[in-house]
Ligand binder design. Structure first.
Ligand SMILES: [Zn+2]
Ligand SMILES: [Zn+2]
Length: 358
């Protein structure tokens, strides 16, 4: 019987040091050479090809994730090819996308497949990892990634598309939580990266009508990703009409809207407010009770759902490429960061390419 040994096969050109974004302390970010990580047991080394900046990275930098220890290499939306591996299924050269939650595998939640709710969060010694949060991530030339986080990219899925592995799974899980049905009217609140994945996935899963609710200039630009787009200010006209409402805006206003838009007997999935401190008030409970609503929380992407989402990308049913508004080589990280955090040029997602030719 084969035991879980460390990586044995490796590509020839793995340098001793690599370029990486380093959050050296709270509010301190640098781009510098660091030792190339050595994959541990049940990990592979991924040569990062495409890696995105996410609003969570700004929260990590601001010190809002207590489980993140500085110095920290961020990056949790990425893809690449395996450069070092001791695993036959994920061999050197395989193209992979990464999902971020790796459970310990033995706690009660992990045994249910809900490793996103692992009871050993942050305890690396148990096997738990949150890629780019509690362990180093993909805003670097290389990343050591647990095998449990990997999805082999379908043949026709590019590295840029593969960098959406995690986001797509988050969106698909929320729709599945809400038991989306063929022909239904689905409302998605929040035209950010994940909301836009959700709107497209709802169509791919057979929704009859998909309405995207948000505000700002972005709405006009993403019009094609839903059957209709509606400004949040005009949301009242949808009241009580949706079979399923999925919220990825993360505000109390959006959650209140989500509950009010569901038809009686409908489903509401709240997925945006993943951090603490957003309180919900001002909801007449009869809307939920007399409305016989299912109001559900949805966190992340358990049960390997990201792999199924990639299959839909491979079939051309979800367009993530047009959500990538900017591309930069990793060495231009400072400009990329400003572009994303200041939403320059209508930035939705900003893609870094660590292995770009200079
Ligand atoms: Zn993210
Ligand atoms: Zn666990």
């Amino acid at each position: 019987m084969k035991s879980a040994v460390g990586p044995s096969a490796r590509s020839a050109d793995i340098p001793a040091t690599m370029l990486a974004v380093v959050f050296s302390a709270q509010d301190q970010v640098t781009l510098r050479e660091v030792p190339t990580p050595r994959p541990g047991p049940r990990e592979v080394l991924v040569r990062v090809r495409s890696s995105m900046i996410c609003a969570s990275d700004a929260k990590i930098l601001a010190g809002k994730f207590p489980a993140t220890k500085f110095p920290h290499v961020p990056g949790h939306e990425f893809s690449g090819e395996i450069a070092m591996s001791g695993d036959g299924r994920f061999a050197v050269g395989a193209r992979v996308g990464v999902e971020v939650h790796v459970g310990c595998g033995t706690c009660d939640r992990c045994r249910e497949g809900m490793y996103t709710l692992c009871q050993n969060y942050g305890k690396r010694e148990t096997g738990h990892a949150h890629v780019g949060f509690t362990i180093g991530g993909g805003l670097a030339d290389f990343a050591a990634v647990p095998i449990a986080a990997l999805h082999v990219l379908p043949e026709h899925v590019s590295f840029d598309q593969g960098a959406w592995t995690d986001n797509l799974g988050v969106a698909l899980w929320a729709l599945e939580r809400g038991r989306i049905g063929g022909g239904e009217h689905v409302v998605v609140i929040g035209p950010g990266a994940i909301g836009l994945c959700a709107a497209q996935l709802a169509r791919a899963l057979g929704a009859g009508r998909v309405t995207l609710v948000g505000r700002g200039d972005r709405l006009a630009r993403v019009r094609d990703m839903a059957d209709e787009v509606i400004d949040s200010a005009e949301v009242e006209r949808l009241r009580g009409s949706a079979d399923l409402v999925v919220e990825f805006a993360g505000t109390a206003d959006a959650a209140r809207d989500a509950i009010s838009l569901a038809r009686r007997g409908g489903r509401v999935v709240l997925g945006g407010a993943t951090g603490t401190g957003v309180e919900l008030s001002g909801v007449d409970l009869s809307t939920i009770v007399r409305g016989n609503l299912d109001v559900l929380g949805s966190l992340a992407n358990p049960k390997g759902v990201s792999g199924r989402a990639l299959a839909l990308v491979a079939e051309g049913k979800v367009d993530v490429t047009s959500l990538i508004t900017h591309h930069f080589p990793l060495r231009s990280f400072a400009e990329a960061w400003q572009t994303f955090t200041e939403r320059r040029g209508g930035a939705i997602r900003v893609m870094l390419h660590p292995q770009a030719e200079s």
